[in-house]
Design a protein around this ligand. Structure first.
Ligand code: PRP
Length: 186
């Protein structure tokens, strides 16, 4: 069993999501907002954020996988499930649980831009900006976090811990034993 150190308690996440909801509601007043949730990690953030936004909006889902069940970046992004919505002329706000190297967001951004949205931004709950490999703009950030492998509130380690109601950091020793000591990834 891995050791998990609490990093961001549930009530703190809840308060920050409310703040983000208010900011987004004010920025998107009167616009054609669509939230695009990137599966799987952002499912809980999306569920709370959509209820914190009080302007009309749609939601849709995009499923990509950058790392599979590994803890390190392969740099390869695969599109597993596409949007059901035509986003041409729409104000698209991508919802992510975490931006780490930025490779996934860069891929999604380039892909969605080809569909001619009116605007395209991202809201991420977590920003591990110390590990960025590409220079992509990140518009709304919940929390900037240190270079730790984080789980909970949608984020997994080997598909576990997504259901934790808080964000925790996996103890490095838990990962070392599995031979994944380099480039801890989310
Ligand atoms: C995570 C996360 C982002 C991506 C960020 O997804 O949800 O999509 O990694 O990392 P990057 O900035 O280094 O590209 P993951 O591939 O783990 O899939 P999941 O959301 O289904 O767990």
């Amino acid at each position: 069993m891995e050791k998990i150190e609490p990093l961001i308690p549930g009530p703190k996440i809840e308060a920050r999501v409310q703040e983000l909801g208010r900011e987004i509601s004010s920025d998107y007043k009167g616009l054609q907002l669509i939230l695009v949730s990137i599966l799987k990690g952002s499912f809980l953030f999306l569920a709370d954020l959509t209820r914190a936004i009080d302007v009309p909006h749609e939601i849709d889902f995009l499923s990509v996988s950058s790392y599979g069940t590994s803890t390190h970046s392969s740099g390869v992004v695969r599109l597993l499930k596409d949007l059901g919505t035509n986003i041409e002329g729409r104000d698209v706000l991508v919802v992510e649980d975490i931006v780490d190297t930025g490779l996934t967001w860069q891929y999604i951004r380039n892909n969605l831009f080809t569909r001619n949205p009116l605007s395209l931004r991202i809201v991420t709950l977590l920003d591990k900006r110390g590990r960025r490999l590409v220079d992509v703009p990140v518009d709304y950030v919940g929390f900037v976090i240190p270079d730790r492998f984080v789980v909970g509130y949608g984020l997994d380690y080997m598909e576990r811990y997504r259901n934790l109601p808080y964000i925790g950091a996996l103890d490095d020793n838990s990962l070392q034993g599995s031979g994944k000591e380099n480039h801890f990834k989310n």
